[in-house]
Ligand binder design. Structure first.
Ligand code: GDP
Ligand code: MG
Length: 178
């Protein structure tokens, strides 16, 4: 019936955070448009895109995605985007230890100032550049586990694990009472 169908159509605000250059905008572009543009522009402030997916249990999830700029000068704006977000996706670049440290800074910031029920995912992007890897998958996984986060490595370039990232988040979302 219609009521149970409505309960199966979820809408969720998702914010992407992480150092500039880790591939946040490319992840969103890959997920929403199925494209990878190596000449993509630096994000100014933040940008908004949405995409709906269907899960195997026939739930649909509409992701309202806020893709933030990683630069320090925009850091003060971050709370505008993560406040009220049900999901935070914190991205680092597996070829940059520095970006992994920055990701940990974001995790702490969200633990202090984010909503108590926020779902957090840690994403190690640029997994295609394994020959330049500086952050082991174990380090990412261990950190995520210790902080109650979902963890995945992705490549926006090859599309590896991009849809899986959003599907797994969709599965973690609380379902409204019938
Ligand atoms: P943002 O600042 O976090 O939004 O990063 P961008 O999405 O703008 O990407 C920064 C740079 O990394 C661009 O030159 C992209 O082409 C590149 N990039 C993004 N994702 C990947 C990836 O998965 N693999 C590789 N090899 N390069 C990527
Ligand atoms: Mg960007």
């Amino acid at each position: 019936n219609t009521a149970s169908n409505d309960a199966k159509n979820l809408r969720v605000k998702l914010v992407l955070l992480g150092d500039s250059g880790v591939g946040k905008s490319c992840i969103v572009l890959r997920f929403v448009r199925g494209q990878f543009d190596p000449t993509s522009k630096v994000t100014i402030g933040a940008s908004f895109l949405s995409q709906t997916i269907a899960l195997l249990d026939s739930t649909t999830v509409k992701f309202e995605i806020w893709d933030t700029a990683g630069q320090e000068r925009y850091a003060a704006l971050a709370p505008l985007y993560y406040r009220g977000a049900a999901v935070a996706v914190i991205v680092y670049d597996i070829t940059s230890q520095e970006s992994f440290h920055k990701a940990q800074y974001w995790v702490k910031e969200l633990q202090k100032h984010g909503g108590p029920d926020m779902i957090m995912a840690l994403v190690g992007n640029k997994a295609d550049l394994h020959e330049r890897r500086e952050v082991s998958a174990e380090s990412g996984m261990d950190y995520a586990e210790r902080n109650g986060m979902f963890f995945i490595e992705t490549s926006a370039k090859t599309a590896d694990n991009i849809n899986q990232l959003f599907e797994e988040i969709g599965k973690l979302l609380p379902r409204p009472a019938p």
